[in-house]
Design a protein around this ligand. Sequence first.
Ligand SMILES: Cc1ncc(COP(=O)(O)O)c(C=O)c1O
Length: 374
Amino acid sequence: MRIADFALERYFARWEFAVEHVLCASDVEGYPMGEVLALADDETRGLWDRLTLGYTESTGHPLLRREIASMYDTLDPDHVLVFAGAEEGVFCLVNVLLGPGDHAVVTWPGYQSLYEVARAVGADVTLHELREDAGWALDLDLLRRQVTPATKLIVVNAPHNPTGMLPDRSTFDGLVAIAEDAGAYLLLDEVYRFLEFDQDDRLPAAADITTRGVSLGVMSKSFAMAGLRIGWLASQDQDLLQRCASFKDYTTICASAPSEILALIGLRARETVLDRSRGIVAANMERLDTFFEGWADRFSWVRPRAGSIGFPRLTVPGVGIDDWAAGLVEAEGVLLLPGSRFGFGDNHFRLGFGRTDLPEALQRLENHAARTLR
Ligand SMILES: Cc1ncc(COP(=O)(O)O)c(C=O)c1O
């Protein structure tokens, strides 16, 4: 397989561990290992203490699959397949679903693998562009026009990376109807689910709402445990999951044994884990609200409705975000992610608000803005 470089990941490979503050991270501040273990109940503490480091079950630890299934309204453990991160789930699913002659529609700007893997397997990909002037909303009329008889897969990420967009319920129902009418699978990348700012805004999971729905989940974002590299696909379509499991024999075969137990501990204690994540995000959003209010004549900002990232735009004439972000790293050691990394070059940049160093990072950004944008 030939596949284009993952521009965002290459950028992070260069910068993430070389700067003082990553102000564009998508994950929530990593949960300290000792605190995860302190969340264990008697059963999971025993599993951890007696763990032997052999191979694990290829579909995922049965207790972990059961715990994941319990986060959905209609699913059994057999409707869940565990992967090494969400990334592997996307890779396997797209490989088994699509090939030359197939068509996929994918939201954009977005997480590159959601469309790049489809291109690499020879499918024809149509990007469904989200626009700032529409509040980054899905455009159902456009989507209806983009779907063709060859459309086998529609991919939507909500809550959305990088904009923080979350469709309202009627738009979501319209999306599901379009996928069902087309007879297409609907992959909903739900890795930021449970981080809705208003809990009433949470959408149903794709795997619950339609037989062709596939939900993508992960420990990395809302659950603040990216280092575990544990993700999953959930779907009522067991045949599809079986095909993904067969493909996975060529990628990782099975998940990391310690990670599975730690993920189980984290998910059993998910209310505690999610409260922590929501607390970090809410405190940071307050600071961002103040910042963008004060700098409204220099930055535009569609306030996210969920997740841990947003996609503001630098609006100062003659100042390009790539250069400005490079100056910010150099002067203040603060990393932003220019929209060009999404192939989206309109002076936008991704801002992450899941990390606890945001107050310091934002202060440094403001210092740089005061020096260069006034
Ligand atoms: C929308 C989206 N999907 C999938 C992933 C992949 O998650 P992971 O790196 O934990 O596998 C990411 C990570 O940034 C993401 O933002």
